[in-house]
Design a protein around this ligand. Structure first.
Ligand code: AOF
Ligand code: ZN
Length: 342
């Protein structure tokens, strides 16, 4: 039987396979490898990865590939096998039924219903080892894990302002503060999130399209859900209502309720592009997890700032962030920051 010395190698393979799954999906990316002892040493008898919500789990795909050869084999999985029956599953039972002798997994499953598969397997007499390459595996499913633990999608607040933090001039004009490269960067980032969110005020003022596009302006294959928050009506001809991507109007000002609704719809990450009022509402609700700021080398000296009132009145109450990275995007400076919500 393959032993602990080989564990990292095969978990690494499971992580490689996991990456073939969709990067943005309600479900985590998961890979699985079944390894049995062959005449010349360990031998892969089945591999699989999860292709997205509603399809078979990685373990089940690998078990199907292996057939009878799964009996006595070791299963390497990038995530703890599930113990629940959702759209599919439970994988812990499937591994038992196939006669797998040993299970090695990377991440644990924090889900209230889905977690606990390791214990199910142990109770049935299967040797289980968890936590192998866990940091890499956690990073691969970062948004899903966050959403599972917190019951809401992870939120990245993006804004583009002048060097003095203003998002429009005194007369309200705001096009284009940052340059083309920064706008292309944003178009790409949208595709990496489950939803793009703005307030209805932004729709009325700027009429943005909010689609994910490449440098040539072509629609990217995966479009985020466009979400408009707030009670006011979205006008019929608004560009967010074109057919290029799905759009959802949530007629509420309650940030937590809106995020709960998006979570229920399978959204695990939100790219927040709202104006100062919506951004401040997210901050006040404690629902900003990451910040991406594009700063243009321009000054206005007057006009609205990127963020509305947070209720901060003295310097010790300032929200302090951690700078994760800084780089030039065209002539603009992109700063990536994290808020520390874990
Ligand atoms: C996956 N793929 O390969 C594994 C998962 O709705 P279901 O039935 O697809 O269940 C989704 C949950 O199953 C998911 O949140 C996670 O807890 C667990 N494991 N999920 O999508 C997989 N192994
Ligand atoms: Zn499963």
């Amino acid at each position: 039987m393959t032993g602990p010395d080989d564990d990292e190698r095969w978990v690494r393979r499971a992580l490689e396979l996991a990456q073939r799954g969709p990067a943005v999906d309600p479900n985590p990316r998961v890979g699985a490898v079944l390894v049995a002892d062959g005449p010349d040493g360990p031998q892969v008898v089945g591999e699989g990865w999860h292709h997205g919500a509603g399809t078979a789990h990685a373990e089940v795909v690998a078990l199907e590939a292996a057939g009878e050869r799964a009996r006595g084999a070791t299963a390497y999985v990038s995530l703890e096998p599930c113990a629940h029956t959702g759209r599919t599953g439970p994988c812990a039972q499937a591994l038992l039924a196939a006669g797998v002798a040993r299970v090695v997994h990377a991440s644990s499953d924090p889900g209230a219903g889905s977690g606990g598969g390791a214990q199910v397997l142990r109770d049935a007499g299967v040797e289980v080892r968890g936590g192998v390459l866990a940091d890499e595996a956690d990073a691969l499913v970062r948004d899903w894990r966050f959403a599972t633990v917190h019951g809401r999608p992870r939120v990245t607040w993006k804004y583009a302002s002048t060097l003095d933090g203003r998002v429009a001039a005194a007369d309200g004009t705001s096009r284009w503060i940052t340059g083309r490269e920064a706008r292309v960067d944003v178009g790409r980032a949208r595709a990496q999130h489950g939803a793009v969110l703005v307030g209805v005020g932004t729709v009325l003022a700027d009429d943005p399209q909010l689609t994910a596009r490449d440098a040539d302006g072509e629609l990217l294959p995966r479009q985020p859900l466009r979400v408009v928050l707030g009670h006011r009506l979205v006008p019929r001809g608004a560009r967010v209502l074109d057919g290029d991507a799905p759009t959802l109007h949530l007629p509420t000002h309650d940030v937590r309720a809106a995020l709960a609704e998006l979570h229920a719809r399978g959204v695990r990450s939100v790219w927040l592009e709202g104006g100062p009022t919506v951004a401040a509402a997210f901050w006040r609700a404690g629902c900003v997890d990451d910040v991406i700021a594009y700063l243009a080398p321009a000054l206005l000296g007057a006009g609205p700032s990127a963020l509305g009132d947070l209720g901060v009145t003295t310097i010790t109450q300032a929200r302090r962030l951690r700078t994760e990275g800084v780089r030039l995007v065209g002539d603009d400076v992109r700063i990536d920051l994290s808020v520390g919500t874990a």
